[in-house]
Design a protein around this ligand. Structure first.
Ligand SMILES: Cc1ncc(COP(=O)(O)O)c(C=O)c1O
Length: 414
């Protein structure tokens, strides 16, 4: 079998298991009222419940204008990696601002800007861990955290979802020279929160770093949107905190905040930071504009709208806000679909089989509603789901349209 035959056989195996994925082509900028241009959906309007633009900042005029103004002032690109010449005053200012924002939670805080959250996670873990390190990784962690452990050549110990006792036992048994605990703060495919206060207590007791990926919490959680550390009221120099800028901030990129010694080590040794061109400075300018909105008075109003949408969708599904319990026979939960108990804008509906998830997503798209089916390996086998994500940019009528479409599909599937 030559290389092409081998690849084609592997693609065919994906087809057999209904795991082949395709990209949809979106026309225009991102809003919940999307328009699709791909061959399967040419010119089709789609009410979208599938972005992480939780506050609607991706198309906010002030953020868009800041990006344009940043490009006019600093040009299109940074020109080089940060240690050569690519570190711009716009990056530097954004880092200082982020360190100040997180400083109630991270003593002696300093911050570092990255092109993406994926790179930030690779950088943090591969710089903190090595072959003499055990990395204790939550079962449902994002792929970028898992890949960071691989890049570090560290020993990976996976602990069961939210199981602090199991983690404690693993840490007690550890004889490694260095220890790192790694967790999503908000689980990206389930929407629930990690027990961060208890994880931090373990990190302090066992002399471990606690790496927290707050991709889905920054801008959403905490009274003023500062994220998971503010939500739980945590403070420790053991915390290495990562927030992405491409989700609630609507832009792109990521920031890591930690004790200044940790950040200095990342600048010296994190390969994904050292060996990659710095992000365009204009993105840092746009991110600052997003901070102004998300962490100011407008952000408070946007989060109020967002949390009202979450409660409304869950009520329509027959779920109480926390437990996902079934309601009456016209509720979607009666079809065997399980709305996971999530308090965040990520509201996953588990349907089980891959083909059932694909069929449901297609039936919704026929009704003009776009919710992606998420299948293995992104989620465990047998837990294929629709990943509904809500945004402050949705209207109440749009949220109701989704609930009504789901109710209709319970009564008349397909
Ligand atoms: C939990 C989590 N961490 C990290 C990332 C990566 O961030 P980015 O998209 O900025 O690369 C994502 C999503 O993409 C995510 O969901």
């Amino acid at each position: 079998m030559n290389g092409f035959e081998d690849l084609r056989a592997r693609l065919a195996a994906l087809d057999e298991r209904q795991l082949r994925r395709a990209r949809r082509i979106v026309e225009g900028g991102w809003t919940p009222a999307a328009r699709l241009a791909d061959p399967g959906g040419v010119g089709r309007d789609a009410l979208a419940f599938c972005s992480n633009d939780y506050l609607g900042l991706a198309s906010h005029p002030a953020v868009v204008e800041a990006l344009a103004a940043g490009a006019r002032r600093f040009g299109a690109g940074s020109g080089a990696s940060p240690l050569i010449s690519g570190h711009n005053v716009a990056h530097h200012r954004l880092e200082a601002r982020f360190a100040a924002i997180q400083s109630p939670h991270v003593p002696v805080a300093r911050a570092l800007h990255f092109c993406t959250g994926y790179l930030a996670n690779l950088a943090v873990i591969s710089a903190l861990a090595d072959r003499e390190t055990e990395v204790f990784s939550e079962e449902l962690n994002h792929a970028s955290l898992i890949d960071g452990i691989r890049l570090a050549y560290a020993r990976r110990r996976v602990y069961p979802h939210a199981d602090v006792e199991a983690l404690d036992a693993m840490l007690q048994a550890s004889t490694a020279r260095r220890r790192v605990i790694v967790t999503d703060a908000v689980f990206s495919m389930d929407g629930d929160l990690a027990p961060l206060p208890r994880l931090l207590a373990l990190a302090e007791r066992h002399d471990a770093w606690l790496v927290i990926d707050d991709a889905h919490g920054f801008g959403v959680l905490g009274a003023d949107g500062r994220g998971s550390l503010a939500h739980f009221g945590l403070r420790s120099d053991r915390i290495v905190y990562m927030a992405t800028l491409g989700k609630a901030m609507g832009v792109g990129g990521a920031l890591v905040c930690a004790h200044e010694d940790v950040i200095e080590w990342l600048i010296q040794r994190a390969r994904p930071y050292v060996f990659s061109t710095a992000a365009p400075p204009a993105l840092a300018v746009a991110a600052e504009a997003a901070f102004d909105i998300a962490l100011g008075a407008e952000g408070v109003a946007l989060r109020t709208t967002l949390h009202a949408h979450i409660a409304r969708l869950r009520a329509g599904f027959g779920a109480s806000s926390a437990d996902g319990a079934a309601g009456d026979a016209s509720d979607p939960s009666a079809a065997g679909w399980r709305l996971l108990p999530s308090p965040t804008p990520i509201q996953p509906i588990v349907v089980g089989a891959n083909d059932a998830a694909l069929t449901l997503a297609a039936a919704l798209l026929d009704r003009g509603i776009w919710v992606p089916a998420i299948r293995p390996p992104t989620v465990p086998e047998g837990t294929a789901r629709l990943r509904v994500t809500l945004s402050a940019a949705h209207t109440v009528e749009q949220v109701d349209r989704l609930t009504e479409a789901l109710q209709e599909l319970v009564e008349r599937p397909g």
